[in-house]
Design a protein around this ligand. Structure first.
Ligand code: NAP
Length: 285
């Protein structure tokens, strides 16, 4: 029941009607008996500043932030945590007595998804793509102790820009295009992460950038595309005998980390996962 004491959380984005986050958060609030509610808010770019001021005035406790506001929102916040500062994007806001604090849980969400199978520490990791998700994941992977990182991107200049920023963390970062060097680098790669939208619904038969013949059976392959759950890349990984991780796990763990920031509690993972699957009309994996 909503009362005068109910804490309000939400997600701001444009568009926002297909968000899967309210299902996860509201299910966990209910399970834990917390007097909290999570609501989607459609905020157009020219209303972002007003929306944040309004949220603060209304006593809203926290927001998730999605496309297209993740970078733009920073100028309206009072503080950033280390990961959000390095990545230069925010997906979680905590409104407190001292102002609005920006966090980024996308990277840690991806690392937690991978670490269900294997620690990233001291591993060689290859990331396909150099956009927003690749940026969040690559910073967190280095912060979490990966030995070295290869960024493979269609537009080499974008990969080089990301490499320059990542090298502030004093780790070995290599860059390659999608040609033959990619195959060579994959030979001793431990973990491959696709952050391009290739294979995403409705383009599910689009050819993946890496195919079974380029993989080995010790490889872990994580596709952050979550619709479909088993993308063409993951089908190729299975053919090669590699272990696979669906993008739904990153989506779940970024939400888990936001929930922890707001409540101080790790939500029950089974409740989060079941809610996500329900929203997507899928079976729990
Ligand atoms: P983005 O900033 O637009 O970056 C996309 C990257 O993919 C760019 O580096 C782009 O290369 C590359 N790319 C796009 N089409 C390509 C193609 N046909 N061939 C080769 N490379 C291609 O996008 P983003 O925000 O990083 O999101 C990327 C994907 O991750 C989306 O599918 C999104 O749904 C998914 N995602 C999932 C989660 C999750 O929780 N599971 C979270 C965030 C994002 P160029 O630099 O050459 O353009």
């Amino acid at each position: 029941m909503i009362t005068g004491k109910t804490n309000v959380y939400g997600i701001i984005g444009d568009p926002v009607e297909h968000t899967l986050s309210p299902g996860m958060h509201n299910a966990a609030f209910k399970k834990l008996g917390l007097d909290n509610i999570y609501v989607p808010f459609h905020v157009k770019p020219d209303q972002l500043e007003n929306a944040l001021n309004g949220a603060f005035s209304l006593g809203i406790k926290g927001f998730n932030v999605t496309i297209p506001h993740k970078t733009e929102v920073i100028k309206y916040l009072d503080y950033l945590d280390i990961a959000a500062g390095l990545i230069g994007a925010v997906n979680t806001i905590e409104f407190g007595n001292n102002g609005a604090v920006g966090h980024n849980t996308d990277g840690i969400g991806a690392v937690r998804a991978i670490e269900e199978l294997e620690s990233v520490k001291n591993k060689k990791i290859m990331i396909l793509g150099a956009g927003g998700a690749a940026r969040a994941i690559s910073f967190q992977i280095l912060l979490s102790g990966a030995k070295h990182l290869v960024i493979a991107n269609r537009t080499i200049e974008k990969a080089l820009e990301l490499k320059d920023d990542l090298e502030k963390l004093e780790h070995e970062v290599k860059v390659t295009d999608l040609g033959l060097k990619l195959e060579k680098e994959l030979e001793d790669t431990d973990i491959l992460i696709n952050t391009t939208p290739i294979g995403m619904y409705p383009n599910i038969s689009q050819k993946p950038l890496v195919t079974a013949n380029m993989m080995h059976n010790d490889l872990i392959v994580n596709d952050i595309v979550y619709n479909p759950l088993k993308t063409g890349l993951l089908v190729e990984a299975e053919k090669a005998g590699a272990k696979t991780i669906s993008g739904i796990k990153m989506l779940m763990y970024q939400g888990v980390e936001s929930f922890k920031i707001w409540t101080g509690i790790e939500p029950p993972l089974d409740v989060f996962q079941k809610a996500l699957m329900n929203e997507m009309n899928l079976e729990v994996i």
